[in-house]
Structure formats: C-alpha cells, structure tokens
Design a protein around this ligand. Structure first.
Ligand code: NAD
Length: 343
C-alpha cells in the first residue's frame, strides 16, 4: 500500500514534533511543513530536509532574503498531500478548516480548537475506533490526553464510578518568554474546569470533575487524581501493574529517586529521544494508594509532546492503516523509540 502523504501546517511546538514523528513512520511520508515567517524553526526544517512552504498569505520573499529555499505556498503543499495536520495556534485551525475543505483534503486538528472543528475527538487508547475512516479528527489537548489514557486503563480493568482530578498546570512552554505567572499560583475560577467536559468527548459516559491551578513552571503538568472504581482491585500493586502493562505509561520506582518533574525531564534528557521528550503519562509507584474502591495517584504530563503519538495514530485510524488501536500504537511507539510495555 502507498504511504500516506502528510502535510504539517504550523511548525511550532506541536507541529515540529509531529513532523519528526511522521517522518519516522513506516507507512507515512512527510511532504512538507509551513512557516509564517523565517525563524530558527524554519532554519531547522530546512536543515532536516523538510520541504518548506509559506503559510497563509504570507510573503515568500522574506524567506528568500534569509536564504531559506521555499517550495511554494500552503495550497501547493496541500495539493501534494492526503492529509494535513493543523498545528497552528489556538482557534486558527478553525479558520484553516475552510481552506482544507476547498482542497478536499483530510485534516487532523489540535486540542486548542473546539470539538466541533472535526467529526470526532480522538485519543488512541481511549477511542481509536471512533477515528476509523473519518475525514477530520481533533486530537484532544495535552491534559485531556493524559486523563483519557488513564481513564482507558481504569475503565477497562475495574470500571470508573466517578473521578475527580486537580490539574497543576505549567504556566508556559520553555520557549515562551511572554507568558506567566512568573511568581504566583493562579486558580482557574471556572468550576469545574473545561478539562472534564473535554474528556467526555472521548468517554461520553464518564462522571468526572476537574479543577485547575496554573503554577510558575515550564516543565510539565501534574494531575492529582481520585477515582472511585466500580469494582475493587485486589491491591495497589494490581493497579500499578495495569498501568505498567499499558503502552504510553512510564512508571518510576522509589529507588530511582525521581522526586518530581525536574528528575522526569532529566531522565528524558538521558533517554534522548527526539527533543528529549516524554510522550508517556508518568506515574510514581510510591504515589499511588488504594483504599477499597478508591484509587489516588499522581501523574505528570509533558505538555509539548504527549499528543505527538496521538496525531500519528489519528492519521492511521483515518486511513485504516492498522487493524486496531493496539497495533497502531505499537507501530507508532516502536518508530518513536518509546518504552514498550512488558507483555
Ligand atoms: P505554537 O505557537 O508553538 O506553534 C504554532 C505555529 O503555527 C507557529 O509556528 C506559528 O507561527 C504558526 N502559525 C500561526 N498562524 C498560522 C497559520 N495561519 N497557518 C499556519 N501556521 C500558523 O503553538 P503550539 O503550542 O504548537 O500549539 C498548536 C496547537 O496545539 C494548539 O491548538 C494548541 O492548543 C495545541 N496544543 C499545544 C500544546 C502545548 O503545550 N504547546 C499541547 C497540546 C496541544
């Protein structure tokens, strides 16, 4: 079968990572990426040999003046692709949707868009089958992806009666120098926060309430979870084993001395997959407690990368390139060099 040709529109935090991930897949070809203006990221695209196109109605001469070769405009890129991954800033994807429709091209949108931007919201562990054959999908946000993955595991093993999550959110991505807070803890006063309803775009029947605070860090989000399960696991070890044997989870044992997100990111730098990312949900073994049907646990989510494998699986679901979710996830994770779950 011919490889699916993938275009990336928006080459920032998410787009550049998805571009690398697509380029590594055995069943996909990266046909090009767009930039709105010359930048160090445009330079990196050129250095990696990714054909560079001009986004929107921007001026190609600025690229040429910077010595960057431009292969054409967005419309030229879309003409060569089977699917576009829209990784433009929040709400711009909705505007781009009309362009994609005019080109008759399939599209994957990101979590900064409202759910009605696409035919369905998507999470590979949560609802792979819902993406099958679709012409448009929305990969849910980083926090929603993290919760949906954990929900997929808990629901499959014991069922979830109800769930409360407090999200401790990073203030900005590492490259953002104009966002805060720099010194403060800012509660999200909307109660519950939007994350719970967003998780229900994946699991419509899940009873979940979320609250959130923003803190001055760029490293990761941390979720503080309390889920009441429908059936009681035998012990905490059984719950840990369920997470350990699921793809897209990375557990740290007490002897590893991972006190918090700084050591998680240091582990990521040691492991050294692309961008030193952590695309898995990170759990602390010590930080999971079971009390009857009540499970309490922490998980850390690397906001810049957790959705990257989900974008790849979304494409595979749309084009029915894999017989099921677990097969797609295994292909994606092998290509990305992610830790594979023990069988
Ligand atoms: P970003 O600002 O890092 O990158 C967006 C890129 O799109 C920039 O390079 C920008 O120049 C470019 N762009 C601007 N207008 C454009 C247009 N009209 N057409 C094409 N490109 C355009 O943003 P990001 O963090 O990568 O976010 C992209 C999407 O991913 C958003 O929906 C966001 O909510 C979502 N998301 C972000 C994170 C995160 O932590 N950064 C996590 C999960 C999901």
């Amino acid at each position: 079968m011919a490889k699916v040709r993938v275009a990336i529109n928006g080459f920032g935090t998410i787009g550049k990572r998805v571009a690398d991930a697509v380029a590594r897949q055995p069943d996909m070809t990266l046909v090009g990426v767009t930039k709105t203006q010359p930048s160090f990221e445009a330079r990196r695209a050129a250095e990696k040999g990714y054909p560079l196109y001009v986004a929107g109605d921007k001026d190609p001469t600025a690229f040429e003046a910077a010595g960057l070769k431009v292969a054409g405009r967005l419309s030229d890129l879309l003409a060569q692709a089977d699917v576009v991954v829209d990784a433009a800033p929040d709400k711009v994807g909705k505007e781009n949707r009309a362009i994609y429709a005019r080109h008759g091209i399939r599209a994957v949108f990101q979590g900064g868009e409202k759910s009605d931007v696409a035919e369905a919201s998507f999470n590979a562990l949560g609802n792979f089958e819902a993406g099958r054959g679709k012409r448009s999908l929305r990969v849910v946000s980083c926090n929603t992806t993290g919760i949906a993955r954990a929900a997929a595991v808990l629901r499959a093993h014991w069922g979830v009666d109800h769930w409360e999550v407090t999200l401790v959110r990073r203030a900005a991505d590492p490259a953002e120098s104009k966002r805060g807070p720099l010194n403060g803890i800012v509660p999200t006063l909307q109660l519950p926060s939007h994350h719970g309803p967003d998780v229900r775009t994946i699991f419509p029947d899940l009873v979940i309430a979320t609250t959130a605070v923003v803190v001055p860090t760029t490293l990761m989000h941390v979720h503080v979870n309390h889920a009441r399960l429908k059936r009681a696991p035998a012990d905490a070890h059984e719950v840990l084993e369920a997470f350990r044997h699921s793809p897209r989870f990375l557990l740290f044992a007490p002897w590893e001395h991972v006190e918090g997100t700084p050591q998680v990111m240091e582990y990521a730098r040691d492991r050294g997959i692309g961008f030193n990312d952590v695309m898995e949900n990170v759990l602390w073994e010590e930080g999971l407690r079971l009390d009857g049907r009540d499970v309490y646990f922490f998980q850390a989510i690397h906001q810049e990368s957790v959705v990257v494998p989900e974008n790849v699986d979304a494409i595979r679901a749309m084009f029915e390139l894999a017989p099921d979710g677990p097969t797609s996830i295994a292909i994606t994770d092998r290509a990305l060099g992610l830790t594979t779950a023990p069988s």
